[in-house]
Design a binder for this molecule. Structure first.
Ligand code: ZN
Ligand code: ZN
Length: 159
């Protein structure tokens, strides 16, 4: 499996490559842990590109500290569970988005957010369950559901 490099995380408009080494290391660790190729939706963003995609003005993408990813082999929630096993992501930011992707960053404090689930997540035992209309977020799966799901993922990976 190919390593993910700064080139994979380059800004699509200006092709500038800025990637924090901890982000690169953590994302490659994640790829090895889940055993399937990760596809990058968004990595580094210059200010112009960040504005054009509606990114937050203080987005970690502007610092080369963040990547939005998906994998054909795993649901975003499964990737979320794997990412929680990588120390730099566990201590940093992980967000779930309805476009079937997951945001990861290596900021130095913990941040989590969950946007509306997509229909594809419906049958997962660890799915976010309650939809908070005010905060526009879902509750994360309970600890027990996460543990069960992670165990079954590990079993699948081992075979
Ligand atoms: Zn750019
Ligand atoms: Zn992001």
């Amino acid at each position: 499996m190919n390593q993910i490099t700064a080139a994979d995380l380059a800004c699509p408009c200006c092709h500038v490559q800025i990637a924090n080494p901890r982000l690169l290391a953590a994302i490659n660790q994640l790829q090895n842990t889940c055993g399937s190729k990760l596809e990058i939706n968004s990595g580094y963003r210059c200010h112009a590109h960040n504005a054009s995609v509606g990114g937050a003005p203080t987005s970690q993408h502007l610092l080369g500290m963040a990547a939005d990813i998906h994998s054909p082999a795993h649901t975003p929630l499964d990737l979320y569970l794997f990412a929680e096993q990588i120390p730099d992501f566990a201590r940093g930011g992980i967000g779930l988005y309805p476009q079937n992707l997951i945001h990861l960053d290596v900021r130095t404090y913990r941040a989590r957010w969950y946007r509306p689930m997509t229909s594809g997540w419906k049958h997962h035992p660890g799915q976010p369950r309650r939809w908070n209309r005010t905060q526009r977020t879902c509750t994360p799966p309970c600890a027990r559901a996460r543990k069960t799901r992670l165990q079954s993922l590990r079993r699948a990976h081992a075979t």
